[in-house]
Design a protein. Structure first.
Lengths: 271, 302
């Protein structure tokens, strides 16, 4: 059988290339994993023995745990904020007709293309000008802005997918728009809402550039990590945390994606 | 019955007071949020660049002095060109690398394409700083790569491969590593939506695979290529984290200069604001030029 897009040799070559690139992408992560168990303060070959020392040390490091906790709070608050704003915007963009829609949607998505450096400085100057002290809240405010377009990009395709006549039926039967949203729309877009929430959460949890300008005295995890990278003696410990965070975030991301697909398939079957 | 109830004046009045999802209700909050925390802040940076606002005490007012100095300074502009060149090389290289990956996933007919796509993209969704950290561990003079080469006898301990870390090369390698998975996504989406019957038609009409690729597949996937390119070029142009961690002095980029102007050493917010607004302007123009290739749905994985 011949294929119009690829010859057999071509397919084989591309598969080999794909494997090669995937190895290249995962090798650094695997190397971190190996060194996190290596019994030496310097991450270099040959390996000197197996240890859980670095993991124990990181569990006893209160600064580090404090930073993780701070980031979790910031990420939770900002992702809830971004999802709420995202749902409101996505409904307006998909279900309402109004003038200047393309301008509105361009504005809502524009945080995608602003260099975060420039946005961080802008926020810094805003808060400086208003005399607002930098704190967790100022980081949350910034993270809501940068997560918002991602939530919209996840929610809009899902809203486009579901059958508008279901909402029209509810509305015709006397439900208010809000009631229609609660009883019909929200349950149908729930998988996308969850996935928007997770994307916003991971975006915020990992965000360094904007946070570095508006963070207060309580450091977020990326800020802590960045400063720790300057002290070589903390390196193995940081690697251990790195591994934990990497594995956790990979798990969350993959679980979220698989979950969303399964849930949407079910909802799709029910529609 | 219910229709009659709806039409009654009492119910209508109640509805009047009830919160409802009208268009202004829906858009009010998101737009207000972006106005106050996105547009106004940028306007303030612009105001600083014209010395309308200033951190210096004493009189100040509108002036183009900092802009004039910037446009006539060889230091800032050559640093900007250096950063443009670095981001161009990184973006072009990884678009070239990502295209065959996306092509393989979208067109080879593999059954597990979404699993493989997730495998490819997953690293992008993990911590940015930690992926930079991994390269710091690998590239150092006593790092994983050099110590491995010495250990296996491939290289003598006196002559490690030097200048792997803290160089322009290190910055570009790490940036390419970080953005490669992401770049595959928009290209995949554009190839995925390609109608295969077009290729069959080309083949029936006697085109070879190469001809079909050049005349059909490639032109139709151009929007994805442009989107991919832009989505890497913009953030790498304003990059400052990777160069500050693995760049040393030779990997110093335009973004680092901006950070330093707002830093604790010798802050110069006026000049810093000029540099920031200039960067934003360049990015804005690029985005508008490429805007027709950037339909939102092309960047979501569906």
């Amino acid at each position: 059988m011949t294929d119009v897009a690829l010859s057999r040799t071509g397919a084989w070559l591309l598969r080999a290339f794909f494997v090669f690139v995937v190895l290249f992408l995962y090798a650094p992560i695997v190397i971190l994993l190996i060194f996190s168990f290596n019994d030496s303060a310097v991450p270099s070959f040959p390996l000197s023995g197996f240890t859980f020392h670095w993991y124990r040390e990181f569990l006893g490091n209160s600064d580090l745990k404090g930073a993780l906790e701070t980031s979790a709070i910031v990420a939770a608050l900002s992702s809830v904020g971004a999802v709420v704003l995202g749902v409101l915007s996505a409904i307006a963009l998909t279900r309402r007709r109004f003038r200047g829609k393309s301008a509105v949607s361009a504005l809502l998505l524009s945080p995608l293309v602003i260099p975060y450096l420039v946005f961080g400085i802008s926020l810094l100057l805003l808060f400086h000008q208003l005399g607002v002290p930098r704190s967790l809240l100022t980081v949350v405010i910034g993270h809501i802005v940068i997560s918002l377009p991602y939530t919209i990009l996840v929610l809009v395709p899902r809203l486009d997918q579901i059958d508008v006549s279901l909402e029209e039926a509810a509305f015709d039967l006397g439900a208010s728009r809000l009631r229609t949203f609660r009883s019909i729309t929200l349950p149908l877009i729930l998988p996308a809402v969850v996935s928007a929430f997770l994307i916003a959460f991971t975006t915020s949890f990992d965000e360094y550039a904007v946070a570095s300008f508006v963070v207060g005295s309580r450091l977020t995890f990326p800020i802590y990590l960045y400063s720790a990278l300057r002290f070589p003696n903390q390196l193995p410990q940081v690697i251990a945390v790195a591994v934990v965070v990497l594995v956790l975030s990979l798990t969350v991301v993959i679980a979220a994606e698989v979950g969303r697909r399964v849930a949407e398939r079910r909802l799709g079957a029910a529609e | 019955m219910s229709i009659a109830a709806r039409a009654s004046p009492a119910s209508a009045r109640r509805r009047w007071f009830r919160l409802d999802l009208t268009t202004p209700t829906l858009l009010g909050l998101p737009l207000a949020w972006l106005a106050v925390f996105f547009l106004v802040p940028i306007a303030i940076v612009a105001a600083y660049s014209f010395d309308v606002y200033s951190i210096d005490p004493g009189p100040h007012g509108f002036t183009l002095q900092a802009w004039h100095a910037f446009l006539h300074s060889s230091v800032y502009l050559s640093l900007f060109w250096k950063s443009v060149k670095m981001s161009l090389i990184v973006s072009a290289t990884i678009v070239l690398l990502a295209y065959p990956l996306a092509y393989y996933l979208a067109l080879s007919g593999t059954k597990r394409k979404y699993v493989l796509l997730l495998l490819l993209i997953a690293p992008f969704l993990t911590s940015y700083l930690l992926r930079v950290l991994a390269w710091k561990v690998i590239l150092g003079n006593q790092g994983a790569l050099n110590s491995f080469l010495v250990w296996t006898g491939l290289r003598s301990p006196d002559h490690p491969i030097s200048q792997l870390l803290y160089s322009r090369f290190a910055v570009m390698l790490v940036l390419a590593y970080i953005w490669l998975p992401f770049v595959a996504l928009p290209i995949f989406v554009s190839l995925e939506s390609l109608d295969r019957r077009l290729l069959e038609a080309a083949s029936d009409l006697g085109a070879t695979r190469l001809q079909a690729f050049r005349r059909v597949t490639l032109p139709l996937s151009l929007p994805g290529i442009f989107a991919a390119f832009l989505f890497v070029f913009i953030p790498t142009l304003g990059e400052f984290v990777t160069p500050s961690l693995v760049g040393g002095t030779s990997g110093y980029m335009y973004g680092n200069q901006i950070v330093d102007l707002f830093g604790t050493g010798f802050p110069d917010w006026e000049t810093g604001s000029v540099l920031a607004i200039f960067l934003l302007g360049v990015v804005g123009v690029l985005t508008i030029v490429f805007a027709r290739f950037l339909q939102p749905r092309q960047v979501t994985a569906e």
